[in-house]
Structure formats: C-alpha cells, structure tokens
Design a protein around this ligand. Structure first.
Ligand code: HT9
Ligand code: FE2
Length: 396
C-alpha cells in the first residue's frame, strides 16, 4: 500500500493547508490505545510488538519486563481503555449521538486491525479515531497514524474490503483542550491546598510536570516542519504551555500558589545511553530539591491519559522512592482517566471535527492551539523508523 492510496482514501485527503477540515458524516469512532499485557505469558510478545522492526533480542526485552513482572504481568491500561470506551458510549448516548465506539490497540489485543475489520463488517466505514495520546511527537501522534494505516491495510487484505471503502481520520491533538487539562488543574489545586493546610509554605512546594522522555531527534521533528517551537520542538513546547496554564489556573483559586515554583521533567527514558533523550529526569530533579529548600513535591503525570504502567512504576514506585530518599513529602496527582470533563471533551472533539467547526470556536487553553485536524507534511517524522504510510495527514 502506498502513502498516496492511504491518504487518498481519507475524506480529509482534499485538505488544504488549513487548520480545519470540511464536515464529514462519520459513522463510527475508533478508540486507539497503546495496549498492555494481561498476564506473564503476554509480556515478552507484547514487548516484541512495542519494539517491532528494531530486532531487540528477548534477553534485552526481559530487562525491561521487570516492572510488568512485578505486577503479575498485567498492565492496567487495557482495563482503563475499556472503562474509557464505556464512558464514551454513555456520553454519546446521553447526547443522542449515534456513533458506535470500536476499541483497538497498537501493541496488544484487542488489536486495531480487528477493530477496523469489526467496524467495516458492521457497515461502519467512515471512521474517526481518538488516540489516547494528547501531544505531538513520533511516539504520541505519527506512530498511531502509521499503525492505523497498517490496520486499514490489513482490513482490506484480510477482510476483503476494496481500497477506499474504509477510511480513518483522527481528531486533533488535544493537549490544551479544557477537558484534558481539567483533571491536572484539579489535582494540583487539591495537592497545593492540602500541603499549605499542613503548614508547608507555598514557596517550599515544587510542582514537577512529568512526561515521557523521547529522543531529542524525535523532539526536534515533532509538530509541523515549517514552524519553530524551540529546542524541544512542539512536544516540549506543548507541555510547557499546558503546565503554565495549569499553574495559572491553580493560582486563580489559591493566590499563594503564585509563589510555588514548577518545571517540566522527563521520565521513562530507554534506548542506548549514547542516544540523547529529553532531560532532566524526574528522579534527578527530586534529588536536588532539598538543596533548593523544597519541603514537598507535587508530581503531575502531564504526559499521560490514564494511570498505566509508566505512571504506576516510574512515578508511584521509582519517583516516590526518590522523594523518600531525599527526605521530602511527595504527592502524585491524578490522570484524566474517565474524568467526566475529559470524556465529554473527547465527544466535543468528535463533534467539532464532524461539523467542521471553525478554529475560532474550538476550545483551547494555550496560544499553540487549537491544533491541526490533519497533520502537515513531515509532521512528527522519525528518521530512525524511516517513512511509513500514515492516515490523517496531507501530502507535501
Ligand atoms: C511519548 C510516549 C508515550 C506517551 C504517548 C502515549 O501514551 O502513547 C508513551 C506511552 C507509553 N509507553 C508504554 C510502554 C512502553 N514504551 C516503550 C518505549 C518507548 N516509549 C516511547 C515514548 C512514549 N511512550 C519511546 C520513544 C520509546 C522507546 C522505544 C521506541 O523508540 O519506540 C516500551 C519498550 C520498552 C522500553 O524501551 O522501555 C514500553 C513497554 C505504555 C504502556 C504502559 C502500560 O503497559 O501500562 C504507554 C502508554
Ligand atoms: Fe513508551
């Protein structure tokens, strides 16, 4: 399948360089998750899928398997996506919107391939995808679009659907949508209020907004190529902008929080030590906080949609241990999960895309938004992975 056929199959294929696409009568929603193992025997096959195409030996995969092994080989992520699917269905029904939700994952069962085939078999062929990933980068945007293209290709080959009969678009990156940001602001507000109530001065609290580290080469290529977002690309710029918004909202409710300092930190680094990834690491920063006079740290999982393994292990286990070793109090705030504001925000994103709502009317909390409906040429490209077909993009 060539890139041209995939893109031509999309209702958005005629897109110009505008932010907003023309209305499309979608007949189904495709919830695209990361996927996670559901038992010890799933762990290595799951990790082979995550690292597919990179030829990493099983012995090396076993080294990164330890946090899954620790939790019985089960990631909570699939249960969280089942709950999100049910919450979306309830919200759609409450609003009288007749769109079934199909759920599939990039890396583990139920797979996106099956979800696309199920939708097509039900006669739902004009699909709008929602990925459980809010920001721009190869791993958080383009890789979902590539895996959706692969699923579409499989549906055509295995399900016998003629090319072009099934199409997939994707809602815009929602990092600064109020529905996504809501749970973070609530969490930081509660944490800061409680700490101040316990006698910790606002100026001795530090808020660490944590997100997944990525190779700096991916970060520099995140977002559209023709705009300059600074050293960390659109990925870092989006996180910085959302974090600043959250802190401003917190200070609106708790004026003393204007004295509370914050910064963006990174977690879950992998890859060879020779390859530069975004820094600083959350645990390194926590270790330095006592020396800066900090008594309590608020850890905000800003890069994540639910309390999956990257949150349970890297933050609730490792970062909490780092805080204990540093002798400071630590609170980890909630992810959006099935927060009603998040769920209704996702439905709002579906409706605005279906209706072609003008950009000026689209909710967004940072000057970077509202993000593009359709990715620009070369958006979030990955020079390590090379070129792969992707849905919901425009050709150069
Ligand atoms: C930006 C980003 C997000 C956020 C966006 C989003 O949410 O999609 C994210 C989410 C997640 N990452 C996850 C798990 C893993 N990520 C890995 C590896 C990698 N992630 C990367 C980036 C990201 N990852 C990168 C650049 C790599 C290096 C390998 C490569 O170059 O591609 C590996 C391989 C082992 C290792 O290398 O550590 C695993 C097992 C899980 C599932 C958790 C669960 O099971 O509950 C989730 C939600
Ligand atoms: Fe990851």
């Amino acid at each position: 399948m060539s890139d041209t056929t995939v893109l031509a199959a999309s209702p958005a294929a005629a897109a110009g360089p505008e932010h907003v696409e023309t209305p499309v009568a979608y007949d189904g929603i495709l919830l695209a998750g990361f996927g996670g193992p559901e038992g010890q025997e799933d762990v290595i096959p799951f990790l082979r899928n995550v690292t597919r195409g990179r030829g990493i030996p099983d012995e090396r995969l076993e080294e990164v398997a330890h946090h899954y092994r620790h939790f019985g080989g089960v990631s909570p992520i699939n249960a969280q996506n089942r709950a999100l699917k049910a919450a979306l269905e309830a919200e759609l029904a409450a609003r009288g919107i007749d769109l079934p939700v199909y759920w599939g994952n990039r890396n583990w069962a139920p797979f996106l391939e099956q979800a696309v085939q199920d939708a097509a078999a039900d006669g739902r062929a004009t699909l709008l995808a929602i990925a459980t990933s809010a920001y721009s980068s190869y791993s958080s945007c383009r890789q979902y679009r590539e895996d959706l293209a692969r699923a579409l290709d499989a549906a055509e080959r295995e399900g016998g659907f003629a090319p072009g009969t099934v199409t997939i678009d994707k809602v815009r990156q929602f990092f600064d949508h109020p529905g996504f940001v809501h749970a973070f602001t609530e969490g930081v507000t509660t944490a800061v209020r409680d700490l101040i109530g316990d006698g910790v001065p606002a100026g001795r609290i530090r808020v660490l907004f944590s997100t997944h580290s990525i190779p700096t080469s991916d970060a520099q290529r995140s977002g559209p190529r023709d705009r300059d977002f600074g050293a960390g690309g659109a990925y870092a710029a989006q996180h910085e902008a959302v974090a600043a918004t959250v802190m401003a909202q917190v200070a609106d409710t708790i004026p003393a929080a204007a004295e509370t300092g914050w910064e963006l930190v990174y977690q879950s680094r992998s890859g060879p030590p020779t390859q530069p990834w975004l820094e600083p690491d959350v645990n390194d920063v926590i270790g330095e906080l006592p020396g800066r006079g900090i008594e309590a740290v608020v850890i905000v999982p800003l890069g994540f949609v639910s309390d999956h393994m990257e949150v349970l292990w890297d933050l609730d286990t490792e970062a909490m241990e780092a805080a204990e070793a540093a002798g400071i109090r630590a609170v980890r705030t909630p992810t959006p999960g099935v927060d009603p504001a998040f769920v209704s925000g996702l439905v709002d994103l579906v409706v605005e895309r279906r209706d072609g709502t003008p950009a000026a009317e689209r909710p967004h909390l940072t000057p970077l938004g509202p993000w593009f409906d359709v990715c620009r040429p070369a958006c979030c490209e990955n020079i390590r992975a090379g070129f792969k077909p992707a849905v919901s993009g425009v050709l150069p």
